[in-house]
Design a protein around this ligand. Sequence first.
Ligand SMILES: CC(C)(COP(=O)(O)OP(=O)(O)OC[C@H]1O[C@@H](n2cnc3c(N)ncnc32)[C@H](O)[C@@H]1OP(=O)(O)O)[C@@H](O)C(=O)NCCC(=O)NCCS
Length: 374
Amino acid sequence: MAESAELYRPGLEGIVAGETSVSTVLQDSLAYRGYTIEDLAEHASFEETAYLLLRGELPSASQLAAFRSELDRHRPLNPHVLEVLRRIPAETPGMDVLRTTLSMAAHFDPYRGNDLDALVGRATYALAVVPGIIAARMRLLAGQPLIEPKPGLSHAAQFLYQAFGQMPTAMNEKILNLTFVLYAEHEFNASTFACRVTTSTLSDMYSALVTGIGTLKGPLHGGANEESIKAINQYKSAAEAQAATETQVGGGKLIMGFGHRVYKNGDHRARILEKYVEPLGRERNDMNRVEIYHAIKNVVWERKKIHMNVDYPCGLVYFFMGLPLDVYTPLFVASRISGWAAHAIEQFTNNRLIRPRSRYVGPEIRPYRPVGER
Ligand SMILES: CC(C)(COP(=O)(O)OP(=O)(O)OC[C@H]1O[C@@H](n2cnc3c(N)ncnc32)[C@H](O)[C@@H]1OP(=O)(O)O)[C@@H](O)C(=O)NCCC(=O)NCCS
């Protein structure tokens, strides 16, 4: 028997596990600090969004300029971080690389103490170095020289410039900025909750962020954007995709990029991002892939009445932008650090150790027998 009133739901489904003022995820709306995702997606840069999440209010022009120059100040990667990056085997998954190298970068944390400015500063440092790490890894794998950051670029343009070695098109900068805004924050999802658990032990910000990376990696969470494009790319035509998806759905297989623990009427972020799928497909002269995308989506809807989540259009959008598969989930991290850090700060400044109970389903108490008698 439990020692206290027992409330148990597998996967904590529907359980309220804490309070937050960072964002609200409801069936019919998503808002960061009271601003709807539609409004932010339409108008905000990622830098404004990250500032909003970290500080609670949108920045004034001078606050935004200061935040941008702080990001620029931290962008050049420490030589020891680069050295580690060069030594990691080529076949290592991008999320593992990020987990190791953000940990390495943490040793060069320029901030001291745990007041709000130091905590936000630490988040800013992590936000600045992660896209540089992803771009450097991309170029090392391609055998290309590394590109120094160019101060003054937007966060999205900076990554694309360092990744591809040339200034991005306005369209690519706009879409990457949009995905960064959409991915920035999502209440008590698995990785954010994991960050809060780590923080609740009074561990440090970087440990919380690295916890988040390990949790986001899984295909049931952030890894779905990579899996969804792998699925799209295995088909030659919409008819083939439709037939194969029918079989998979009929056989009870999970289709990556669909379904959500909270949203049952559709994911707002997916609808916002999907608007760019067709224009990009046309620009890339690859409407066949767009048709395959729709064919899979239609089967999952018709057969299971399950909507796509943001990872589904994101996989195809990143593919059209020419990004290698292995950076898709790391780019999710580049954005989500802002949400993770906002939650870590919130947890840290109003902390109670997160320590739930479990329901025991193992053997009854039994006597120990010495090894020779077993
Ligand atoms: C996100 C996810 C883990 C949420 O899962 P959940 O809240 O536990 O949802 P449930 O497992 O209760 O799903 C209810 C039903 O829909 C089915 N379902 C859910 N997602 C599905 C998917 N992507 N493909 C096919 N069927 C799916 C389940 O199998 C279940 O069917 P059943 O009632 O016949 O057994 C789940 O939808 C999933 O694994 N999606 C694929 C991974 C993904 O895209 N992750 C990114 C999330 S943003």
